[in-house]
Ligand binder design. Structure first.
Ligand code: FE2
Length: 135
């Protein structure tokens, strides 16, 4: 291996490890958001009031389990990337009004989708320098 290819490989490795740190930081934000979602779905599914919300409360209960599965997966990914999964959740929101609870959930889901899109973009940056290093 020549010096120039060594330094190209080192550059690729450097770029990928700093990108990894960025992804781990982002994934920990995602994990904290999943913890918050678990809390909100547990509380909202038990406190939604009104006949018109009966089915929705059941759905929210299922979402609580789904969010736990997401949290477990995100924590596993963080560990895989060499990071430490956070133990702190983002602060959960609450309202005594059923309609407000659903608005809180909707806003949280929209934020989550936006964040995971960002994480996908970051992951693409990790993959390309690694691919260059292999050539
Ligand atoms: Fe989730």
């Amino acid at each position: 291996m020549s010096n120039s290819s060594n330094s190209a490989a080192a550059d690729a490795e450097g770029a990928s490890s700093s990108s990894k740190v960025e992804i781990v930081r982002g994934l920990n934000e995602d994990l904290a958001r999943e913890y918050k979602a678990i809390i909100q779905y547990v509380v909202f599914s038990s406190t939604l009031k009104g006949a018109e919300y009966g089915d929705i409360a059941e759905q929210l209960k299922k979402h609580a389990s789904q969010e736990l599965a997401h949290a477990l997966e995100v924590a596993r990914q963080i560990d895989y990337l060499g990071g430490d999964p956070t133990v702190k959740g983002k602060e959960a929101e609450y309202s005594q009004e059923s309609r407000k609870m659903l608005e809180i959930d909707l806003r949280a889901e929209q934020e989550t989708i936006k964040s995971y899109r960002e994480r996908i973009r970051q992951a693409e940056h990790i993959i390309s320098p690694l691919a260059l290093g292999i050539q």
